[in-house]
Design a protein around this ligand. Sequence first.
Ligand SMILES: NC(=O)c1ccc[n+]([C@@H]2O[C@H](COP(=O)([O-])OP(=O)(O)OC[C@H]3O[C@@H](n4cnc5c(N)ncnc54)[C@H](OP(=O)(O)O)[C@@H]3O)[C@@H](O)[C@H]2O)c1
Length: 362
Amino acid sequence: MKVMLTGATGLLGQHIMFELMAFYKKDLQFVLVGRGKKDISFRQRVETILQASPNKHVHGIEDVKGFIRHHIDFMDVDFSQKDHSTIISSMQVDLLLHCASYLDFRSNESAQQKLEQINVVGTQKFLDSLQEVEIGRAMYVSSAYVAGITEGEVYPDMVGWGAFRNAYEASKASAEKIFQSWVQDRQISNWTILRPSTICGRSIHKPHGYTTKFDVFYGWAQFFSKVQSKDSIRIQFNKQSGLNIIPVDVASQVIIRLVRSDVQNINFLHVVANNEYAHLAYTAELLKTVGFTNYMFSGLNSLDELNQLERVYYKRSVGSVFTPYVINPATHFVQDPKFMSDFTMDEDNFQRVISYFKSILT
Ligand SMILES: NC(=O)c1ccc[n+]([C@@H]2O[C@H](COP(=O)([O-])OP(=O)(O)OC[C@H]3O[C@@H](n4cnc5c(N)ncnc54)[C@H](OP(=O)(O)O)[C@@H]3O)[C@@H](O)[C@H]2O)c1
């Protein structure tokens, strides 16, 4: 099995890499596409990830250096570079899995430019660079939120043109279009756009809750862990709805199940939990976790006369990116019966996925 993977240094990409290693072992050949940072080469970055103690038991490869030597080819590509138009040399891969992306939920000009550069132009250039590569199957990791602001049942091919919350969602929708027309041109019939919901730390593999970054609701909680102000804050969200949260190892296992299967006609797949977990439940738990008590939940009431803390929250920090995700009516991301996550977020599972975050706080 030869897999070309982008985004292997990221949260989801590395877990996809681990699961592929754990399943195919010595039958796996990787072509990893990514970049070095500062003084560390791309190869060294991947080696550090594979050698790290939270990860070794997940991929199960003892001799990491040997595996890298014999089973991984590294291609240095930075999607933000204007001139990354090198043609990747002629080869055959069974699967191309494009997982790399820039994640930024702000809508300021510099975020928009980077999202366009990396997610849209970068995807186009990368796919164009594969002219000489023979590809059996192709997958693009998009986002469930490409459906935009909607309600009720959401099918995995829905696109919310005109109803996106931010430039990130728009960039993922544009990249999906690019990917679709590319598979058509290349006559790759076996292709899938994967759409995960909100990805959090692990729930299967220990350490539970392990994540490479504290974004999404962790980042939200971190904001409150640092508040110095004596102001109280009114936090807006819809008390009738919630967030669909899927642990990274559950998400990568759903994806690997699809990779391993012979099913050909799944062009769009939700990689999501079975349920929305109420905003009321996880926000209260997170605030308790970080010891922040000076708040009230204001539901969907509009807020007049923001105090200074509220101005920081809603205008300049986490509230500005979080609020668009928590004020909408309930939605249900419909799963494919053959590739269900079988994961339901509840109180116990939420405790599990925040345990690593908690351990870092104390
Ligand atoms: N996290 C979520 O909640 C979530 C939800 C739905 C969908 N998704 C999608 O899932 C995928 C993985 O997300 P993630 O959370 O794992 O993201 P992540 O941890 O931020 O990782 C992003 C990956 O993309 C690579 N990348 C970013 N900019 C690049 C560039 N200019 N050149 C080369 N590589 C670049 C990063 O490489 P470096 O390490 O070099 O920066 C990293 O490997 C993305 O497509 C994302 O849109 C994520």
